[in-house]
Design a protein around this ligand. Structure first.
Ligand code: ZN
Length: 501
């Protein structure tokens, strides 16, 4: 019997937007010299044999002239990405006792190898590192520029230039590693290039958008073509408070995983897909588990411009994320959850010609009903606010006076959110207002609910918006005015309630 030698190392790969920790086992045993990788490697991982072999040789390490088998686990997941290279090289070095196998076993390795042994940055390093952190790995050897890194609590990055540097460290038990210096997170925000100050007039619309921002209420902007609803929707994000650090990290990891974010930013993400978007494009999917627009808009805003131009199927696919703030995707019998806690801002015309309620509408009644019916009851029930946007003529615009810049509006939203958090409480059953509601307000809500036969979801939704209105005015008791404004904002988006001329 020959003594078998095993070496183990840890790395990670992306599976969709989440990282899975990969355990690399190398076995070096006598036999015809060959090098094989098992455990569902895809072609990039298979090619790592060539990179690892050349990198080891060029780092002054001879590959044992024996049979090398590398096993990647968990076996059930297809292994992708060149970031496993370094871990594969380390496992072989440990198996062949060229470095002591017991040193640094808790360290994760995330780097691609160049043929000359240089370490190259792993893609999506933040997502991969978060996955390692979740698996209890706190120290990561890598080679990524500091600007793509963010300080992750309890994670230490160690940056190396070459495989031979890593080998030197792994051979030396007394060497103390110094973590890479990552600059403190700086908000790369205010690069949006747009501001609410650009929009003249529309005082009432802006007020309603403030309410929407305070409670993250889903809202529709309804108005004739050219009224400025898209312009307002695009600027909505500028009045939203900055993300907290943990949220920034979460958003950055998602966007880095799809190759979309170069630097972390505390500005909430905004997505504005084209109306030709498919269901897969909206909620994600395919065999590679690519996230959809709802996940890319996580913690931010999903603008659905010209909402009724989207296919009914695509719109219906929004129901689940609007209710659950995540999407469940099935692939090969496995279910994956993608986060999708976005705020929907939709824009649409009041009728096919766009003039109903605002000018001379030429549409037939049936056409208008068909037009609105695309927004099914189930979907419109989840949209809490309907905001009418009128076309403003030049004279009105001139009279509009000065506009508040987004920074001032954002300050008001921030203040109101603090108040709101003290008057509402998120419980298992959903949002429960802790605020005192005065008698008049309560009875108005009851009467309205009876008159329009509201579902409990609808009553809840009006109360939710009333809390935001209340917080915006700085009070902690919901009054009849707050409920009135919330009822008016509810609108009633359905075929039977389409705006009339
Ligand atoms: Zn019309």
């Amino acid at each position: 019997m020959h003594r078998r030698m095993i070496g183990i190392s840890l790395s990670a790969m992306l599976d969709g937007i989440e990282a899975t920790v990969v355990r690399v086992e190398a076995d070096v045993s006598p036999g015809i010299p060959q090098f094989s990788i098992v455990g569902l490697p895809d072609s990039t991982v298979n090619e790592s044999k060539l990179r690892v072999r050349a990198a080891l040789r060029n780092s002054g390490v001879e590959l044992p002239n024996q049979r090398i088998t590398v096993n990647l686990s968990p076996a059930s997941v297809r292994k992708r990405g060149a970031a496993l290279d370094l871990a594969i090289a380390v496992a072989i070095l440990r198996a062949s006792r060229q470095v002591p196998p017991e040193l640094g076993t808790g360290i994760g390795f995330l780097a691609e190898l160049a043929l000359d042994g240089t370490l190259l940055p792993a893609e999506a390093i933040v997502s991969l590192s978060l996955g390692m952190k979740n698996a209890g790995i706190k120290r990561i050897i890598m080679s990524s520029p500091a600007e793509v890194l963010v300080p992750i609590p309890d994670i230490y990055f160690y940056s190396f230039a070459s495989l031979s540097d890593v080998v030197a460290v792994l051979r030396n038990p007394t060497q103390r590693l110094t973590p890479a210096t990552i600059p403190d997170f700086r908000d790369g925000a205010s690069t949006l290039g747009v501001d609410m100050v650009d929009v003249k007039g529309h005082k009432d619309v802006k007020r309603s958008l403030l309410v929407a921002a305070v409670g993250r209420h889903h809202a529709l902007l309804v108005g004739p073509p050219g009224c400025g609803k898209t312009m307002l929707a695009e600027r909505f994000v500028t009045i939203l408070p900055r993300l907290q650090f943990s949220e920034t990290l979460e958003v950055y990891a998602i966007h880095q995983a799809v190759g979309g974010a170069s630097i972390p930013s505390a500005t909430p993400p905004v997505r504005m897909p084209h109306h030709s978007l498919t269901v897969t494009g909206m909620i994600g999917g395919t065999s590679l588990m690519i996230p959809g627009e709802v996940t890319l808009a996580h913690r931010g805003v999903l603008i659905v411009d010209e909402l009724l131009e989207f296919s009914r199927k695509t719109l219906e696919s929004l129901r689940e994320p609007l209710s659950n703030r995540c999407v469940r995707l099935h692939r090969a019998g496995k279910m994956t959850n993608f986060p999708a806690d976005f705020q929907l801002i939709g824009t649409l015309n009041p009728c096919p010609c766009g003039q109903r309620g605002y000018g001379d509408c030429e549409c037939k009644e049936g056409d208008v009903i068909r037009y609105w019916s695309k927004l099914s009851g189930a979907l419109s029930d989840r949209i809490q606010m309907t905001i009418p946007v009128e076309r403003i003529d030049t004279a009105k615009r001139a009279r509009a006076g000065s506009n508040e810049p987004s920074s001032a509006l954002r300050t008001r939203v921030e203040k109101a959110r603090t108040i709101r958090s003290s008057i509402v409480e998120n419980s298992e059953a959903g949002l429960v207002p802790k605020a005192r509601i005065n008698g008049d307000a309560k009875s108005l809500l009851g009467r309205a609910s009876e008159a329009w036969s509201w579902s409990s979801r609808a009553v809840h939704s009006v109360l939710d918006v009333a809390c935001s209105v209340c917080a915006l005015s700085g009070n902690d008791v919901i009054t009849i005015q707050d409920v009135e404004e919330a009822i008016a904002l509810r609108g009633q988006v359905s075929a039977s309630n389409a705006p009339r001329t």
